[in-house]
Ligand binder design. Sequence first.
Ligand code: T4K
Length: 394
Amino acid sequence: MITDDLRDSVPYQENPVPDSDRTLHVGQPNLSDRAAFDRLVDEMYENRWFTNNGQLVQRLEHRLSEYLQVKHVVLVNNATTGLQIASQALGLTGEVILPAFTFVATAHALQWVGLKPVFCDIDPQTHCIDPLKIEALITEQTSAIAGVHVWGRPCPTDAIDEIASRHNLATLYDAAHAFGCRHQGRMLGNFGQCEVFSLHATKFFHTFEGGAVTTNDDALAEKIRLMKNFGFESMDRVVELGINGKMPEVCAAMGLASLEQLDDVLEINRRNYLAYDAGLSDIPYVHLHPQTNLEGTNFHYIVVEVDDDAPLSRDELLKRLHDSQILARRYFFPACHRMEPYRTLYPEYLDALPETDRLCQRIMILPTGTAISPDDISRICATIRSSLTRRKAA
Ligand code: T4K
């Protein structure tokens, strides 16, 4: 819950600020300190070592393993490849249960390595996989449950672990949104057999493109390391089916430089969330998806639900925002089970996920991050308010 103390600390302006033409995007990258980044790029030049497990990648892995308090961090070139490698390293076969309410990369990663994504509905309160609906989806072919920490909100890991251990299933988590988030006193990155973070430019902490697979399992970490480098164990010896999942040094340089500023980014995200909370609180028909874990979230996504009976539909409101140069997004729309190839391959899910379908129609994501100021948030809230009010009066 947001306390009055916290709310008072936010410099939110009740009156709309004058319109500005500056386009406000969801997903504008946070910038690292340029001089720090340049110094690391200079080092990369001096080393003449640009990729293939260079010093900067090794240093970033070490720093991240300290930050996430997890034994192993294996950096990869993006989270999609990370999920594919993790699935292969875990030896998954047959079917994997995951929520349909996720970025399509989660499903693609599984399908791409020959696994069948089995789509589970979500809990509308948390937007994460509904643990009560998992068990009915388990068959003889099921090998794993892949939860997604949607918006950085931790999955119900205890319930998932309990189901998985009863049915002898692996557990892995798509933690693409969840860098820096805590759960039950531990950093995310420590749950399931392994977790996969996205370090894409649009994320809270990023390396331009990148991903990180984290685990406390030595053997699994070793296998993932081999697999991301074509399966090479030593110079001429390949011992696994591998792929090119390596992170280049310039990406690790961005990560090392960005890590220095993470506390500041968190503070700005937090300020922005509180400004939205104040700015949206008395606008009818729109509801900020509440953060319930204020000490353990990265506040990276500003998630708003629009009531079904609002005078403007979610899409009409989105259009008004876009017309005002506010590029809000419909994450995730449509849900995976309605995208190809899944809707054709697995039509059985089209009528099976009512909460997912309902949420996909109601939700929109508003801009935040270091590119967004309190004045920008005033402008966004004022645009939402006037869009809904004008239509209502008409
Ligand atoms: N699992 C989950 C749950 C995920 O959300 C994702 C990715 C993955 C797995 C896979 O992770 P990676 O393999 O990507 O590491 C964006 C991101 O590309 C994607 O990483 C992210 N999730 C997803 C939620 O958002 P799009 O298709 O919306 O990208 P795009 O190009 O439309 O950009 C999004 C917004 O960011 C736009 O408003 C423009 C802005 N932007 C983007 C970039 C790259 C900038 O202002 N500057 C930039 O440099 O997927």
